[in-house]
Every structure is written in structure tokens, then in C-alpha cells.
Design a protein around this ligand. Structure first.
Ligand code: NIG
Ligand code: FE
Length: 417
């Protein structure tokens, strides 16, 4: 047995999700199934995938650590491509207010919401943000997540935005889960700039964005493009400045109101347009004709008691849909992959195949990584999960339950319990 060599054999089913780019529309149903399959891994990468007999015939099993997956399904690790998992404090009282009928936006207008977490995050020590972030990544990993996108946006000033991104950088280095960092300085207007959104965007462009780019802390720039937060014009100005510094655009688009966010995402060739609860039919058509992934976050709609995004319509129109948790302390304090899958299938009417594609190769595309993760293909990083059941179809069927038994991250084995 050689270090770094792993063989998973006799999986009742491998759902390879094979591909190196986002899958659109009908292609989201292509699972690339291999029955009685095996995967060989060397130095953290997949070197061979196929029927067990075929894979065994071209390697020496004795060199490998062997994982027998009889009766179990093997899938790519999940990619959670939209989260805000590094933050200080909690907002459990706002959740209770919403249960009594307050709206998310009315709480935000009263000075709660994102600014509440901003205060707590500014007051948090680096080490506390790191520790809570580490624990949240571990929770996510147990549910099969092997890569997480995380956003800043709870500092809303130079120092704290950089702190959040530095925490994510260190977590990426030290935690087994990979962290893809996104700069979301335009998440809300901080009290210092109340009523001066244009000036705040100017400050972000002139002061914060260059510092983020200089330290190479984020590959993506996101903005909360929303009625009452940042307009389409302000969002465009910021995202163009980010593009000029080599950062790729993402948008919180058409979440609470149809505000033209999807159209802006397509205009800028954004990596993803996220939320889309209120997107217009025209917006769906634009997304379908673009390279922008529609990243849907049903746990947020559930937590806010809003109608779900039109996931079925989007896939039927030919969009590439990804699913992500949106884990954050306000609109959605949940990183539950099992609940996410259940909501996507039961309420957004995705099929089990589409839900798995949305959390693997399309999630990878939404995080800008479809070339290296998100599918079980030779050459990709060995990020995979073994289910306790013989097929991926058990994911929505065993509703709300975590059926991930083993997580393989860069070829290393972790148990979910
Ligand atoms: O994606 N919509 C804006 N941002 C987050 C919520 C952040 C918060 O409430 O703290 C979201 O839902
Ligand atoms: Fe979000």
C-alpha cells in the first residue's frame, strides 16, 4: 500500500456528474451513471473511473488503501456556492420578530439586519471569527460539502472586510474543506454612509477593492443589487471596477423585488446571479441564453416564508441552475444540505438528478471551479461522498436526513459521524 493511493470499489452506483462546465436545461439530468463502479485516486486526484472490473484490470490493488462501497452510491462532493459563514453574533430575536409578521426588509430599514451583524463582526476578535467559521465548515462537511464559497460583507469598512477575507484565507489553508472567497463590501450601507449609497460605492471602489485585490483575498466580487439597497447603476459601477482588477462578478439579484439584477448579471457575463425569487420571465430568458449560473437558495425562501424561485421554469427554459444554502445569521441561519435538497425537489420541482447536478458540477461552476471539482472525472480533485444507500435518489426521498456516510476530500477519508 502506498501513501496517497486510494481505491473505492464496487460502489453500487457512481453518479459521476461528468463534465467540466455548467450543465444547462435538459443536460442537468445527465448523471453519467456507472453501475458497480470504482475510482482510483493518487496524490489527491482521480486517476481512473469506470466499472470495477475495468479499473481493477489496470492497477495493482495491493498498492492502494481500499474502500469497499458495496450497496452504496458514490457522488462528487457537494459544492455550496453561496454562503456568508464568517460572521460575529447572532440575530435570533429578528427571527422571532419575523415569525410574528415583521418583514426582512422592514427590520433592515429599522437598522437591524445586516448592519446588526456588521456591528457584532466589527467587535469580534479574529480568533473568534476563525473558530466559529471552522466549526461551521465542519458541520457542512459532515453533510457532504467539500468546497464552500464564503462572502465578506459584515465589515462594511476596510479593516473588517479584510479581516473576514483573511479568516477565510486561513480557513482555506487549515480546514479540509476548500473555501472560495468572494468580496461583498456592497452588502448594505453602513451607518457612516446612511443615505449616501453612491458615496459608499465610491469608498468601496477607491479604498477597499484595491486592498482586497492587492492581497489577492478574493477572486469574486458580489453586490446586494436590490430595491432599497444598491441600484443596478451602482452595482454596475462597482462590478466593472472589480472586473478591471481581475475579479469576477456575482450578484444577489432580484431577491425581494424584480430590480433588473438578472439582466445586469448577463450584461456583465457574471459567474452567477443568485436568489432570483422575483426574477421576471424575461430575466429567465436572458439567463438561459448566457453563461451565468442561476444559483438558487431555497433555504432562504423557506426561512423568510417567501415563494420559492422558479427553478422548474428556469431549467425548462434552458438555464444552468445551481443550489446553495446561503448560510448566514439573518435571512437563513441554515446550512442543511438535506433540507435544501428536500425543498428543491418538493417545492421547486427539481428532479433528484437536477438537484444533484445543481449541487455538484453546477455548484462548482457557480464557484468558478468546474474545471477542477464538481464531478468524478479523471484529472479532477478527489472530492467525493459515499452515501449509506445504493442510489442518489435516496437524497430527497429520505427527507431531511443526512445520508452521507463518508467524505473523501483530496483523497483523504473522513467519516460523517
Ligand atoms: O443572501 N440578501 C442579502 N444577503 C444575505 C442576507 C444576509 C443577512 O441577513 O445577514 C442573503 O440573504
Ligand atoms: Fe446571500
Amino acid at each position: 500500500m502506498e501513501a496517497g493511493k486510494l481505491l473505492i470499489r464496487n460502489a453500487s452506483q457512481i453518479a459521476t456528474c461528468s463534465g467540466f462546465a455548467a450543465k444547462k436545461g435538459k443536460a442537468m439530468s445527465d448523471m453519467g451513471i456507472i453501475e458497480d463502479g470504482a475510482v482510483a485516486v493518487s496524490d489527491g486526484r482521480i486517476i481512473r473511473v469506470g466499472a470495477t472490473q475495468d479499473v481493477l484490470s489496470c492497477l495493482n490493488e495491493e498498492e492502494y488503501t481500499v474502500l469497499d462501497a458495496r450497496g452504496k452510491a458514490l457522488l462528487p462532493g457537494f459544492v455550496d456556492s453561496h454562503t456568508h459563514f464568517v460572521f460575529g453574533g447572532y440575530r435570533e430575536e429578528e427571527f422571532a420578530w419575523r415569525l410574528r409578521g415583521d418583514s426582512y426588509m422592514s427590520i433592515m430599514e429599522r437598522g437591524g439586519g445586516i448592519v446588526n451583524t456588521m456591528q457584532a463582526t466589527r467587535e469580534s476578535a479574529y480568533s473568534d471569527l476563525y473558530k466559529s467559521g471552522y466549526a461551521r465548515l465542519t458541520d457542512m462537511m459532515k453533510m457532504g460539502v467539500t468546497t464552500v464559497e464564503g462572502k465578506s460583507g459584515y465589515g462594511l469598512d476596510l479593516e473588517t472586510e479584510l479581516t473576514q477575507l483573511r479568516v477565510m484565507k486561513e480557513l482555506n489553508e487549515k480546514h479540509p474543506v476548500d473555501v472560495v472567497a468572494t468580496f461583498l463590501g456592497a452588502h448594505a450601507i453602513p451607518p457612516e454612509y446612511k443615505g449616501r449609497a453612491d458615496d459608499y460605492i465610491g469608498y468601496i471602489i477607491e479604498t477597499v477593492l484595491p486592498a482586497v485585490a492587492k492581497e489577492k483575498l478574493a477572486g469574486f466580487c458580489d453586490v446586494f443589487c436590490e430595491k432599497g439597497v444598491f441600484s443596478v447603476e451602482q452595482s454596475r459601477r462597482l462590478l466593472r471596477a472589480a472586473q478591471a482588477l481581475g475579479m469576477k462578478p456575482k450578484l444577489h439579484a432580484d431577491e425581494m423585488a424584480a430590480s433588473g439584477g438578472a439582466a445586469l448579471a448577463v450584461e456583465l457575463n457574471a459567474v452567477s446571479a443568485d436568489h432570483l425569487l422575483q426574477v421576471s420571465t424575461e430575466g429567465i430568458g436572458l439567463l438561459a441564453g448566457s453563461n451565468t449560473v442561476a444559483t438558487l437558495l431555497p433555504l432562504t425562501a423557506f426561512s423568510l416564508r417567501e415563494d420559492y424561485a422558479r427553478g422548474r421554469d428556469m431549467i425548462d427554459a434552458g438555464c444552468a441552475v445551481a443550489l446553495a444554502t446561503d448560510l448566514n445569521p439573518g435571512s437563513c441561519f441554515s446550512g442543511s444540505i438535506p433540507l435544501l435538497i428536500a425543498l428543491a425537489c418538493i417545492y421547486m420541482k427539481l428532479t433528484p438528478e437536477e438537484a444533484v447536478t445543481a449541487l455538484t458540477i453546477n455548484g462548482a461552476a457557480s464557484a468558478g471551479r468546474a474545471d477542477t471539482i464538481g464531478s468524478i472525472d479523471a484529472g479532477k480533485e478527489a472530492d467525493m461522498i459515499v452515501l449509506r444507500y445504493p442510489s442518489y435518489t435516496y437524497l430527497p426521498y429520505h427527507t431531511g436526513m443526512n445520508i452521507v456516510e463518508t467524505i473523501i476530500k483530496k483523497g483523504k477519508i473522513y467519516r460523517s459521524y
